[in-house]
Design a protein around this ligand. Structure first.
Ligand code: CAA
Length: 386
């Protein structure tokens, strides 16, 4: 287990790497829309791709708290680059949570070291928020294999991935309990990468469609037992939503810092604009929101580390709060910079575009509220209007 001293050493290293190697590339990564393979290599060389993965599976054995702080630090400068760390985690978690010892040893060391890239494939064109009820991708057992048919969409890093954890229906009569999880390797017959999305933000993080046409998956690549897939998918999101919250928080903190520095330098009506109450009070609200979101996120991460029984609730609250703060703070940062904020010459324009996705993926803000309210008052029974 990584100690607190080692945790702060990791963060010092990350701050230096980000300042020297990531921040100078952020605008160009956004502009080109190309995945920054050099940044992925940099993170791999510095052991950042498997922070909370136990050392016996090739990870660093760090805490989730350290992991979210690392994602936050990177996202302050470049949201696309922060996803390299967050999505590697997302793709590894199904194996860590649902895999056998043999599966963990087969896949996790290569993923934690960054030799291989991971992805997580849950979403389909008709099943985004209603992940279980509307899933169409099928997996049928045939001898020692499963045959997968269907299409997944919005798969972050899906086209780069060596290994994709895919969720598919094995028994359509059983609802969520008829969904199973599989590890699909990029070379498996019948697995193909489809179209790449053109997106508003996180443009350096490719998002693609994945097609499974009679894709043959060895039965030994089933994670857990048949029917356990949805539970695994949800347990993964409990641990990965704090990572997206960290991305959102980092974007907000980066925008706040930029807007604050600008407001100290830009002069209007004879004094720095930050000393005009209209702007100064905006910055005060932005700072308060960022610090409140940070406290909530770190508490959620601590609960992940403790294996607390209410991680689902805390992960959802952290994602909700940080995503909304990111959108509000980046919008205000653009306002503080006025016309310059609206220009791609200044980073707050990119930050505002990048912030929006944090209110959408890994469960929309509406789904986070559903999860939170269910933890308070329970789930409505079937047929009850919500
Ligand atoms: N842990 C363990 N089990 C869980 C669970 C959790 N957190 N959440 C649900 N389950 C179990 C339930 O207990 C239930 O099992 P039982 O019947 O045995 O109790 C079963 O799963 C079904 O759960 P629900 O009845 O709650 O299912 P639902 O269909 O009503 O709602 C939902 C579930 C919360 C809405 C879920 O579908 C959801 O989170 N949707 C959003 C999907 C999402 O976040 N997608 C993100 C895609 S990944 C991504 O975006 C990554 C990226 O690009 C970077």
């Amino acid at each position: 287990m990584v100690t607190t001293d080692a945790d702060s050493l990791i963060l010092t290293t990350v701050r230096e790497l980000v300042a020297e190697r990531v921040a100078p590339r952020a605008a160009e990564i956004d502009e080109s829309g190309a995945f920054p393979m050099d940044v992925k290599e940099l993170f791999a060389q510095n052991d950042l791709l498997g922070i909370p993965i136990p050392p016996e599976y090739g990870g660093l054995g760090g805490t989730f708290l350290t992991y979210v702080k690392v994602v936050e630090e990177i996202a302050k400068a470049c949201a696309s680059s922060s996803l390299i760390v967050a999505v590697q985690e997302l793709g590894m978690l199904p194996i860590l949570i649902g895999g056998t010892e043999e599966q963990k040893h087969r896949y996790l060391p290569k993923l934690a070291s960054g030799e291989w890239i991971a992805a997580y494939a849950l979403t389909e064109s008709t099943s985004g928020s209603d992940a279980a009820g509307s899933m169409r991708t099928r997996a049928e057992r045939r001898g020692d294999t499963y045959v997968l048919n269907g299409t997944k969409i919005w798969i972050t890093h899906g086209g780069l991935a060596d290994v994709v954890c895919v969720f598919a229906v094995t028994d359509p009569t059983k609802g969520p309990k008829g969904i199973s999880a599989f590890v699909v390797e990029k070379g498996f017959a019948g697995f193909n990468v489809g179209k790449k999305e053109r997106k508003m933000g996180i443009r350096g993080s490719p998002t693609v469609e994945l097609n499974f046409n009679d894709c043959i998956v060895p039965a030994g690549n089933l994670l857990g037992t048949e029917g356990e897939g949805f539970k695994i998918a949800m347990q993964v999101l409990d641990k990965s939503r704090p990572g997206i919250a960290a991305q959102a928080l980092g974007i907000a903190a980066g925008a706040l810092e930029y807007a604050t520095n600008y407001a100290k330098e830009r002069v209007a009506f004879g004094k720095p604009i930050g000393q005009h109450q209209g702007v100064g009070f905006m910055l005060a609200d932005m700072k308060t929101q960022v610090e409140a979101a940070r406290l909530l996120l770190y508490e959620a991460a601590r609960r992940c580390d403790e294996g607390a029984p209410d991680v689902t609730l805390w992960a959802a609250m952290a994602k909700l709060m940080c995503g909304d703060v990111a959108m509000a703070v980046t919008t205000d940062a653009v306002q503080v910079l006025g016309g310059f904020g609206y220009s791609a010459e200044y980073p707050v324009e990119r930050m505002m575009r990048d912030a929006k996705i944090t209110q959408i993926y890994e469960g929309t803000q509406q789904i986070q509220r559903l999860v939170i309210s269910r933890s308070l008052v329970g789930k409505a029974s079937k047929g009850t209007p919500s």
